[in-house]
Design a protein around this ligand. Structure first.
Ligand code: AMP
Length: 253
């Protein structure tokens, strides 16, 4: 696997790649959720490119950014084992030569609800980095997890709006043995908190209405940001201590 750190090197390599390219953008600290996206890309494309970049512009809380887990050595070993071709790992100055003076404003139905409401400017930062990466990598397919369903919808809409020639592939959420969606932030939970966290997806899936689910979550010690239904899906965001978890389940009740 070739590790690429500069935009110019990536552009030079990109010019010479033959065959279909699959792309999986990540913020690193790779787990089995990421692995499922990467495996699908490896299966469906001749060349797979992964990016690892902790995108500070999408963090609404400085603490969350500073405490975001970094495990780059393990990540590289994992990607090598999987047979990934290229890892793009830019520094901030490299990918934001404009120092974030240009941004993707967005006003879709998903922009300012739920994550868009509770994490100020999160989606502007997220869409801006995804746009930069899609324009640089010019992949045939890019893979995103349904765990971040709102993010996935916005990326699909942006790709349509700007005629970007990359197919966006939605991948199902990978969960742990208790049904909790895998997330890099789960590493910050204690064993006890991890077990407690499993109540969250179970309640989202239950027959209880949103208010009842929120009540139950609060009783179980969670701080609740929201539980809401959009497009036959129930979405939720909670905090245990200072760790924030999101999930969504299909909901046809
Ligand atoms: P992140 O590194 O958290 O930015 O995630 C990179 C990609 O992996 C995003 O498209 C996420 O939606 C996806 N992802 C993260 N966790 C999971 C999971 N548990 N199952 C499936 N995809 C996931």
């Amino acid at each position: 696997m070739q590790v690429i750190k500069s935009v110019s090197k990536l552009q030079e390599i990109r010019k010479n790649i033959q065959g279909n390219i699959g792309f999986v953008p990540t913020m690193g600290n790779l787990h089995l959720g990421h692995v499922s996206l990467i495996k699908q890309s490896l299966q469906e494309n001749e060349v797979t490119i992964i990016s690892i970049f902790i995108n500070q512009t999408q963090f609404d809380k400085k603490d969350d950014f500073i405490n975001y887990p970094v495990t780059i050595k393990d990540d590289i070993a994992l990607l090598e084992n999987l047979g990934v071709n290229y890892l793009f790992m830019p520094e901030y100055q490299e990918i934001y030569p404009d120092d974030y003076q240009f941004q993707i404003a967005n006003y879709s139905q998903y922009s300012h609800v739920m994550e868009g409401k509770f994490r100020k400017n999160h989606f502007v930062g997220m869409l801006t980095i995804v746009m930069k990466l899609l324009l640089l990598i010019k992949a045939n397919r890019a893979y995103f997890g349904e765990k971040d369903f709102q993010q996935l919808q916005l990326i699909k809409e942006m790709v349509g709006a700007f005629f970007i020639d990359t197919q966006i592939i939605a991948c199902e959420t990978i969960k742990d043995k208790n049904g909790l969606a895998l997330s890099s932030r789960n590493n910050r939970l204690t064993e006890m908190q991890l077990n407690q966290a499993a109540i969250f997806p179970n309640l989202l899936r239950s027959d209880k209405n949103n208010e009842e689910v929120m009540e139950e979550l609060k009783k179980s010690g969670f701080m609740v940001d929201y539980v809401e239904i959009y497009d036959n899906r129930r979405f939720g965001a909670v905090k245990i201590g200072n760790v924030r978890l999101i999930d969504n389940v299909s909901y046809n009740k």
